[in-house]
Ligand binder design. Sequence first.
Ligand code: GLN
Length: 501
Amino acid sequence: MSDLCSMSLSRALLGLRRREYGALDLTRSCLERIRATEPYLNACISVLEESALERAAALDEIGPREDKPLWGVPVMLKDIICLKGHPCTCASRFVENFIPFYDAGVASRLKEAGAVIVAKNNLDEFAMGSGTENSAFGPTRNPWDLARVPGGSSGGSAAAVAAAQAFGALGTDTGGSIRLPAGFCGCVGLKPTYGRVSRFGVVAFGSSFDQVGPLARSVEDCARLFEVIAGPDPRDATSARLDLHPGGLPEQDFVRAALEGGEREPQDTLKGLKIGLAREFWDSGLTPEVERVCRGLLDKLADAGAVLEPVSLPHQKYAVASYYIMSSAEASTNLARFDGVRYGRRAEQAGELDELYVASRSAGFGPEAQRRIMLGTFVLSSGYYDAYYRKAAQIRRLLRGDFDRALENCRLILAPTCTRTAWNFGFTENDPLLAYKMDLLTVTLNLVGLPGLALPAGLGDESRLPVGVQLMGRPFDEAALFRTAAAVERLLPPLGKPGGV
Ligand code: GLN
């Protein structure tokens, strides 16, 4: 029974329906795996053993239900997503004692679909980072090589899924935090179109960027999770009213799209499909092995009949700067509510109110969160607003124009998820700008609000570490991403299991 957790989510569902095993068996198998691997990985901030076992037993009591698409499946949540009755730490000492009394929109959808939530995953504090090194609970390690980062900020979720601690997990992506760790850990991860998934009950970082999305071990598994969490939520004012979508909606059946892409011969899906390649992404200083793995994929795509078209994104060179200006501006306002009075741990030895704020915030926030607050406050201050924030907002608009033009002719755009594979701990420690530059290939999609699906393209021939690529699409066209990604997945040999655990 101990190996049940290594199956794909889709296979697990099949066995549950056929009563080969129950929800409790799967949950126990995951908990066993967590116990065995956590001493190395540190992918979870809290393991919800008791509530998960209780819930699985209750599900088994009722028996499998066809109308519950994730019935009996153990999954995890990044610890910035509220789950009623369990701490939501955001990997920060400041709010480590915060216990939400309600479920996030995505958490209630998972529960409604019959999933069992087994753990809350480690992350960079308030999702700020690219390596899961900025957690107050210590870093998560990469299951492919324990000396390396899993990517971030949803590194706990990606490491957990890659190490088969659960069948899938939900992360958040503000500037790449699902796609980057998916790439580094060899998982499949989706950043949905902005507004596609509810942000209700998700602690805000950059409100106009944040999206919740799934991480899984296959394209089909990822589609199954996404199908459950996608859709409008009246409690989130930015969640999209799809009935108002101009020109009608693209295909909305994600699981079917993934299944079709995976069942047909890859040529049937890829023949004649126009895939855009932007020089600005490909000439961005990829390491030779990332370049080799990705070029290998391009050759296979061309052999399968895909049409690879050069496209141009002239404003991409301003993306990292614009992203860090705007996301920090939003972060500084979002984090303003953590004052040690209404929210967050209160400093004890403070006299006046001002001192209380300063003492609480200085003790509560880690160095990266403090850096973002200072940067964000600076770019929003009068006198600097026009020079920074306004300019960044203009770039954002221009970039969206670049994408709209590129995606008029091409259905998708393909790029690596990062210029390199997972780095060693400490690589960016004394150089925050270096860490920011690692987001070069991911932040653009968040600026423009479009969907992106990351999947493994192979292992680097030197590092033997996963190399990720991302497919970017038109607004609300996630089905095209799933269909194409499933075909790509068939073109490539499986990565195998991570060797670090
Ligand atoms: N690495 C980026 C940052 O630190 C993205 C983080 C995210 O997507 N949550 O801002």
